[in-house]
Design a protein around this ligand. Sequence first.
Ligand code: TRP
Length: 457
Amino acid sequence: MAAIDTSARGNWNTKLGFILAAAGSAVGLGNIWRFPTVMAENGGAAFLFIYALLVFIIGYPVMVAEMSMGRSSQKNPVGAFRALSNSRFFPIVGFWMVLCGIAILSFYIVIAGWTISYFFEQIFFYAGWYDLASFIADTDNGWLNAILAIIFMGLTISIILGGVSDGIERAVRMLMPMLVVIIVILIGYVLFQPGASEGLRVYLVPDFSAITPDLILAALGQAFFSLSLGMGALITYGSYLSKKENIPEAAGYVTVFDIGIAFLAGLLVMPTIYIAQSQGMVIFDDDGNLVAGIALIFQVLPELFHEMGGLIGLIFGATFFFLLSIAALTSSISLLEVPTSYTIDEHRMPRKKAALLIGGTVTIISIILSFNTGGIDILNYVFSDLGLPLGGLMICLFLGYVWKTENARHEIRSGFEGLDEHWFWPVWTFFVRYICPILIGLVLVVTAYELIGTLFA
Ligand code: TRP
């Protein structure tokens, strides 16, 4: 088996390297753009509560499952399902995951483009070039969106071409801690502004009557999206992971780090929304829907930096959007790596050609979305909220009943001495075989039922 060309496929330099790369994949727009937006749409604290619950009872077990499948098979998702079973059905599931990756990446780079434009917006605003600032901040400008998305895709492709290790590891190791520091300082500032306490209350005091099937689906989709689960990104990253590493431990770090950053982002954005509202900005319409929709954080955060004023506002604003675009980059890399490694492994294409082919396809879709940002909501719903949990369900069923937990045990044992005596083992297998598939299945069935209901209403 040593003949499997791990060297040609790339490997993480160090244990920390893998954790950093997986954390870099997890932490991104999902934490700072998507989480606060979906939460604001779903009423705050009740969403946070369900989200946190689902991250630990579903997200974490699925993450361990993906990493062990990846490391055992040394393959992309399609190849992994093929290598670990004789099933004809599951490679098709793998192919669906590759499609999900392409679809999610297509809208991801449009939003990521906005992080670049708002970096410049902060600078132009500070320089007093207000016309230029509002020009670059116009998220309805199709051409602008398209150009920014193309730039962002170019950055993503250039990293993918270089292979998987150095760039990602270095970027995450230095820049993610900076992002955390900046967010924490901003929270400190925001909490002293008038109106902040209302936002804090909405974020932290749950109204459990707000929990609906829609909220639960949104929280489940968000959990998968934020942890980069359900489309084989961590199967692919796991395939570059050394046999010496402890998978449950690595997954634990990634999960805690990711939810930690999302929590902080919420602590920053929710009060900021209510501060903006108390100053007269219209955030919610009469039905309680977000006026700015997916542009919510780009509506409220730049304002916050402008209000901080002067050089301080510029430094915080520009640094924040710069770091956010780096965080988005370390995530978009993992989204592109899945279809790319699939094309390399299964169609025997050289890395360069594969990355350009997939990257080009994604760019075309994202240009269309640049002019029709409403399409982002639809892709987001179909591929993130429905597609990723479906992928996660399939991973659990595959691991639990096709590949079988005994084989997973063999894989996880490597790097985890004492697994057989550890409580982790029985608990995790119980979750992967029963709890996770039943819960995900239930949410998907109820959602399908509701969808059919509204279609025929
Ligand atoms: N998790 C990333 C974020 O929060 C986005 C992402 C990267 C992703 N890879 C993924 C989402 C794979 C789903 C599947 O921004």
